[in-house]
Design a protein around this ligand. Sequence first.
Ligand code: SAM
Length: 208
Amino acid sequence: MISVTVMTETFLDKAYSTGDDSRELYKNWSATYDEEVTGKGYVTPRRVAEALAQFCNDLSTPLLDYGCGTGLSGLAFRAAGFSTLHGIDVSAEMIEKAQEKEAYTTLRHFELENGPPVEAGAYSIIAAVGVIGSGAAPLSLFDTIMDLLAQNGLFSFSFNDHTLEDPSFEAKVTDYTSSGQARLLFKDYGDHLPGIGLKSNVYILKKL
Ligand SMILES: C[S@@+](CC[C@H](N)C(=O)[O-])C[C@H]1O[C@@H](n2cnc3c(N)ncnc32)[C@H](O)[C@@H]1O
């Protein structure tokens, strides 16, 4: 009898050593991303969504899920009661997977070089779950999102342990709060991928 073992390639180990341009990583990971991260107990989307829901009076307010990936964050926002979700991502392959979940009102892929297909001030809620920092986008995306956000709007995001090792990420948050450009409404350190012992900070900033 011939026995065949099919090895599925895993990507978490590669993710945290990728550079600032992660498009190749997510192109190759899209097919198995959900299985791999849910298998490790990926919980940050639920933590972000539940925290954000506490600060929103109207859960039908459009929410921009920046770096929505395969839509795990969208499912978490839906479960927390958000009903108008717009997802954008630089990976066409990840967006294709998000389409299957039917969690979003709209989904758009965009080319990194062209910038996001969003007008400044169009959203009063923007989330970036697992998007800024180690394994995805550079810190400059933080400023891009704060520029896009409407005044008095909420920006919710997470930094995982690998990202937090670089003090410039937390320093960015402090820059905004100490200069009076934003107020920190929420910050919580908890599980990210408990299956590999990785944690994350979840934040909500209000743009002033
Ligand atoms: C770890 S995944 C997180 C996806 C989803 N938010 C979740 O929680 O499952 C990171 C996502 O960020 C996207 N991404 C990376 N850099 C980006 C950028 N500069 N602009 C928009 N999306 C980006 C990747 O394509 C990928 O889909």
